[in-house]
Structures are given as C-alpha cells and as structure tokens.
Design a protein around this ligand. Structure first.
Ligand SMILES: Cc1c2[nH]c(c1CCC(=O)O)Cc1[nH]c(c(CCC(=O)O)c1C)Cc1[nH]c(c(CCC(=O)O)c1C)Cc1[nH]c(c(C)c1CCC(=O)O)C2
Length: 343
C-alpha cells in the first residue's frame, strides 16, 4: 500500500524531503495518559505486549495524539531472549528481571535459536493489525536489540550500572560468549526478516549498552554481529542506534545500513565527519531539554535542527523520552521540527 506520509523513509534513503521527519524513541508509553489507561486495565506489561489488538492500539496512540511521522511497534527488546528460553519479568518501577541467568556452557547449550513464527508470532500479528489500522498514514518501525545488549541482559539478569557479570564473561570465556552471541544473532536476523514480511517499513537495532565496552571488545563482541544483521536485512532501511559508542562512529560508516542514531552526548559535527556523507543521522536532543518551558523547548529544538542541517536528518531525542515528560512539551518539540524545517 502507498504511504500517505513517507518522509521518514525518504530521509532514511537520502532522498529530498519537504521537511525533516520527526518521531521519538519510547513515544508509545507512559508519557501518554491514554497509554496508562490501557495499561491499568491489564495484569501487566507483558499482557499488553502479547495481545496484538492492544499493542496495535498503543502503537497508534502517538500518531493520533502527538502527530509524529512514524509509529514504532509496541513491544520490547527482551521478547527475543524470552523466545530463546530465558523468560523475563517486568517489575513495576524497577525494570526487567531474568529469574534464570546464563552462567555456564550448559546454560548456553540449552538456549535455542528461536523461530519467530513459532515463538514471536504475537509481535508479527501486532505488526499486521497495526499496519491495517494505520491505513498508510505513516511508516511503521520494527526493532530488535543488538546481540551484545541482549547478551548483557541474559548474563546480568537485570539492568545494572556496570554490567560487570556480562563484561566479565567476555574476558573469562570469549568462545562461549561468541557461542551465545551467535545464537542471539541468528534469532535476531530471522525475527527482523519476519517483521519485514509482516509489513514493518524500517528496522531499528538498539545497542543500548554499547557504551560500556572498551572499543576493542565492542568491535569483537558487538559491531561484527550488527554488521551481519545489516547485511541480512534487505528491502527496508535499517537504523543502528548504539548508545555511547562514539568511538565506533567511523566503523559505522562501513555498515550496510542507511541511518545511524546519535545519543545526546555525541557531537553532531564530529559524528557527521566520522560517519561521512552517505548515511542519514537520527537524533539527538537531550531528553531533559523537554523539561524546559515552551520557549526553551523551541530554542533547543531549533538549535538541534541548525546543527544537523536540512539534509539526511531524522529528528529524535538522543534516547527514549522520560516517562514524566509533559506531552505538551513533546508536542512542542514535534511542531517546532515541522515548522522550522519546512522548506
Ligand atoms: C534497553 C531496552 C529495553 N527495551 C527497549 C530497550 C532499547 C531502548 C533503550 O535503550 O531504551 C526498547 C523498547 N521498549 C519499549 C519499546 C516500545 C516502543 C516505543 O519506543 O515507543 C521499545 C522500542 C516499551 C517499553 N519497555 C518498558 C516500558 C515501561 C513499562 C510499563 O509500561 O510499565 C515500555 C513502555 C520496560 C523496559 N524495557 C527495558 C527496560 C530497561 C525497561 C524498564 C525501564 C523503563 O520502564 O523504561 C529494556
């Protein structure tokens, strides 16, 4: 079906656009009272993720309420380790916990390469329902975690300041680490391909814990698997967002992907110089800039747009929007991008 608004896809491919497209990481979620209303009726986060009609409903909320240029399928990166046999629990106000972490060679042996059609069909169904209900209004973004970030959760068992258990495994058992990363990569490639087949228009790979690795480890245990994923996903643009991986931006220029996401620590001019002219950059306003008054939100947003310039840019925050952000400030950010970048 022909999209009525394909700004995101054209900007990703480096084609000219009338203005800069804009969406927000974590736009579907707690910033919207309408999301919280759906969520409160349910037993928990997982019921929402696993019920395609409800996942589609909250995926579309930001399109209706915030007027963003893309929807992102409501799910989580942690559905992948769950499909591989490591279930997670989402603890209210604390985050995810894995009751059984990966510790030994036998644990890694027991992890399976998941078939997305068997173990993640609820996400594929949610994509199909969302595409039908969006009716071509905006593109739908599919996503997965990068293998290293998924590995970090499977080994550590929860979020962590240091992820020292996960990083320790890279030193103590590099071959075993690669064995697990191999299984995660194979699952992720099949999963992303299935999302494309279900109708998603662009894929984003989240490497949320990229920034905790030394550059040499990043290259060996993360980058190479991301490169493989990029090569395997054809037919839709791919965005790689590796939070904190400023040291790898020059390597990212070699990836078979169209868009590189920048976090708010990254200097836009340095990033452009490292990545080169042939990729679109996405980002990178500090999520805290949205705690400003309206004039401040506008000012910071315009500053960001001027730094990136009009071409090969997708406006976004440098990470997910914080849950206590006023949706009116989010709207101000979006409207400012639309008005200011119009040409
Ligand atoms: C690391 C990571 C996770 N999940 C995700 C990442 C990568 C991006 C990033 O770095 O933020 C990705 C993610 N998680 C969620 C989405 C949905 C789509 C969207 O971006 O709008 C996406 C793209 C829903 C969610 N995932 C989660 C929520 C909040 C849970 C709730 O509604 O009760 C939502 C809306 C929970 C979650 N999920 C995860 C954590 C650490 C937490 C707890 C912290 C938090 O609450 O933000 C793992």
């Amino acid at each position: 079906m022909q999209l009525k608004n394909d700004l995101l896809l054209r900007a990703a491919m480096g084609q000219p656009t009338e203005r800069t497209p804009v969406w927000l990481m974590r736009q579907a979620g707690r910033i919207l009272p309408e999301y919280r209303a759906v969520r409160e009726r349910l037993s928990g986060f997982k019921e929402l993720v696993e019920t395609p009609e409800l996942a589609a409903e909250v995926t579309i909320q930001p399109v209706d309420l915030l007027d963003v240029d893309a929807a992102i399928i409501f799910s989580d990166i942690l559905v992948v380790p769950e499909a591989m046999g490591c279930t997670y629990e989402m603890i209210e106000k604390r985050g995810p916990i894995f009751p059984n972490t990966i510790k030994t060679a036998a644990d890694i042996e027991n992890v399976r390469v998941a078939d997305p059609y068997e173990h993640l069909n609820y996400v594929l169904e949610a994509i199909k329902v969302t595409k039908r209900e969006l009716n071509g209004r905006v593109p739908l973004i599919g996503f997965a975690g990068a293998p290293w970030t998924i590995f970090a959760y499977m080994v550590e068992g929860s979020g962590s300041k240091t992820f020292s258990k996960a990083r320790k495994m890279l030193y103590e058992a590099p071959e075993l680490s690669h064995k697990l990363l191999r299984k995660i990569t194979d699952t992720t490639i099949a999963y992303l391909k299935a999302q494309v087949e279900a109708g998603a228009n662009l894929m984003q790979v989240f490497d949320s814990w990229a920034g905790i690795l030394p550059p040499a480890h990043y290259k060996e245990f993360s980058y190479r698997y991301i490169a493989e994923i990029c090569q395997a996903i054809q037919g839709v643009p791919v965005t790689v967002f590796a939070k904190g991986a400023f040291f790898s931006l020059a390597d990212f220029s070699q990836l078979d992907c169209q868009v590189i996401g920048l976090d708010w620590n990254m200097d836009v001019n340095n990033a452009r110089a490292a990545v080169g002219p042939n990729k679109t950059l996405q980002g990178n306003l500090d999520p805290c800039a949205l705690y400003n008054d309206f004039a401040g939100v506008k000012r910071e947003t315009i500053k960001m747009l001027e730094t990136f310039g009009p071409n090969r840019h997708i406006a976004n925050l440098g990470h997910g929007v914080y849950p206590d952000t006023d949706p009116e400030k989010v709207k101000c950010f979006i409207q400012t991008v639309k008005e200011y970048s119009h040409r």
